[in-house]
Design a protein around this ligand. Structure first.
Ligand SMILES: NC(=O)c1ccc[n+]([C@@H]2O[C@H](COP(=O)([O-])OP(=O)(O)OC[C@H]3O[C@@H](n4cnc5c(N)ncnc54)[C@H](OP(=O)(O)O)[C@@H]3O)[C@@H](O)[C@H]2O)c1
Length: 274
């Protein structure tokens, strides 16, 4: 990349996008946040907003919201890739999900777009416990989930951001698909236990049936589309298919991934879990 190139960070306030933006800032590189609160605003639901955000952009870090497996996601990212290439974007680093056929279709659309690409196919983020779904239940002291006792190698969003920035700034990552996981598989019960030990709090973990979980989310006024998405992820993606640990972080960065315990210590010290 050229030092004057503008990078669009789509989802730049999100769990990985925010960290990518922080790193670009530290490197003194120019970037623009692509989200509804960015300037100009970028909204996946409003295609009129895409072109203004792409104006003058040479490369992009692309995260789709809410998830690549929702209805219409493939068509949206496919159209976005085409608009980006037409607008002069040369390189796209794309956040994808592990074990999702829909995400793999989106990856193929990027490969066919004509842009230079790097794909980050990630396992569940550790930061879901502190910046997303499971923060409130952890604070409340009880996490009830409809999940099988499978092991998930949670990946640290800081590792994802390190790989994304390496890919944006170094051409050697072009044409690479990195499957990014943490170094250790943990069940949700294991993960909650580690968080409880680090915070000195009694946090209970309960397995519940999917319908009871749906009822609890309905009562909490979570939108239907998000409820269906969460249940799909627990049923289809967390079925054990993603248990294997990969060498993606090591291959991309030449160092091992951060362990879940490092994330837990750091996050407990921040006080976010109470
Ligand atoms: N979370 C995981 O464990 C995980 C694992 C693997 C892959 N992924 C993939 O990561 C992607 C992001 O998921 P995430 O849960 O981690 O979210 P996230 O990146 O934390 O998403 C939040 C971001 O999305 C923006 N946003 C929300 N609605 C938007 C819209 N309609 N148009 C444009 N921007 C919008 C928000 O900013 P504004 O409010 O300013 O719009 C914010 O920047 C998904 O495609 C998912 O498949 C996630």
């Amino acid at each position: 990349m050229n030092r004057n190139d503008v990078t669009l960070v789509v989802g730049g306030n999100g769990k990985t996008g925010r960290r990518v933006a922080e790193r670009l800032e530290r490197l003194g590189l120019t970037f623009r946040i692509g989200s509804r609160s960015g300037y100009p605003p970028f909204d996946w639901e409003d295609r009129e907003t895409w072109l203004p955000s792409l104006n003058g952009v040479a490369q992009a870090y692309v995260t789709y919201y809410p998830d690549l497996c929702v209805l219409g996601a493939l068509e949206a990212v496919q159209s976005f890739f085409a608009q980006a290439v037409n607008a002069g974007v040369k390189k796209m680093v794309f956040l994808s999900g592990r074990g999702e056929v829909e995400a793999e279709r989106a990856e193929r659309a990027l490969k066919a777009s004509g842009a230079d690409w790097t794909i980050l196919r990630c396992s569940f983020f550790s930061q879901n416990f502190s910046e997303n779904f499971w923060l409130d239940p952890i604070i409340a002291g009880e996490v009830a989930l409809p999940v099988r006792p499978v092991k998930e190698p949670f990946v640290d969003a800081d590792d994802i951001a390190d790989v994304a920035v390496a890919a944006l700034t170094d051409v050697r990552h072009s044409g690479q698909l990195y499957e990014l996981t943490g170094p250790r598989g943990l069940s949700f019960a294991d993960a909650i236990k580690e968080i409880g030990l680090a915070t000195g709090r009694d946090i209970r973990y309960l397995k519940v049936e999917p319908e009871a979980y749906r009822a609890a989310l309905v009562e909490a006024q979570v939108p239907d589309s998000i409820i269906n998405l969460i249940l799909y992820l627990f049923d289809k993606v967390l079925d054990g298919r993603n248990e294997p640990i990969t060498e993606g972080v090591q291959r991309a960065l030449g160092r091992p991934p951060r362990d879940f315990s490092e994330y837990v210590q750091r996050t407990a010290a921040s006080g976010v879990w109470g």
